[in-house]
Design a protein around this ligand. Sequence first.
Ligand SMILES: Nc1ncnc2c1ncn2[C@@H]1O[C@H](COP(=O)(O)OP(=O)(O)OP(=O)(O)O)[C@@H](O)[C@H]1O
Ligand SMILES: [Mg+2]
Length: 298
Amino acid sequence: MQDDLIQKIREMHQYCTPEGIATALKIPLEAVYTVLEGKPLKIENRQVGEKPIILVKAAASSHPQKCIAIIRAKGGIGASTLAVHLANTISGKLNVLLIDLNPNGGDTKQYVLDKGLHLGQTGSLVAIRLTDNFYFHYPQPGEVKDSIKKAKENFDAIILDLPNAELKNLQEITQYCNTGIILLDTTLQGIEKLLSWHQMTALRSKFVVVNNGRQIETNEKILQELVQQFSDYDIEEGIYLPFSPELTDAFNRGDFVSRRSHYQEGVSSLVEAILPGLLNSKKSDTLFTKISRLFGGD
Ligand SMILES: Nc1ncnc2c1ncn2[C@@H]1O[C@H](COP(=O)(O)OP(=O)(O)OP(=O)(O)O)[C@@H](O)[C@H]1O
Ligand SMILES: [Mg+2]
């Protein structure tokens, strides 16, 4: 049924406008565009009284919506850098909103300044549009829950750059999220705090990221112990992000690191772990394989 319809729309497109196809087939125009753009279509069979009807809709995304909280126990360890690179990478395929919960919009602002960007209205949420699929939003204190709720109506993925805050606040905000990224630097400082938080939270899937932002010599043994520790805590995947000299410059310019950088490679592995199949790249490595392959950084 679905294949027949897709075939028919493609054939008709040789001699009909999309509007003409939608009228002739009595389907929404959006569904015609979806097929012509090669995106997935959702067909539902429903019964209205005696009459069976077929609903044709554009499937927004074949991935369940992700609301991702970046959680850390320490300041200055690369949370905002990870948040913007993660959002940028996912926005290649899905509609993404980055919410910065640090005071006054935090460091992610760097990525929207001087770009001549404008405010966009996405449903009832006002956000800054960086690209077609990538939006930023800075809620006022007290508006956070409302912003997340509105964001869920419009975005496939929502990424929260959380401040290095007290557990109580984290607990409250992560209630609205289904995915957690537990961010550590290579000293693993604050790990006890995160583990105790981890036991209390109801997040459905959790990932550990170790970022070598200060190029501190990484002790492989410590990282392996970390993986051991987390194996008791239902962590889906551990990803290592190497030091990237390119990043400081990129950060100051409000730019992203190049695709070839090992840092970006790590971010892509994380995306692949959170949203399997999204990037059509091979399955992500575990923390162990990342450590051995990426140990020296860029
Ligand atoms: N893997 C890395 N390699 C090199 N530099 C990095 C790396 N990760 C982060 N940095 C640099 O570290 C600095 C701090 O990063 P960032 O602002 O993202 O940290 P943060 O955790 O968000 O800080 P804050 O606690 O202030 O919110 C930035 O200059 C950034 O470019
Ligand atoms: Mg920050």
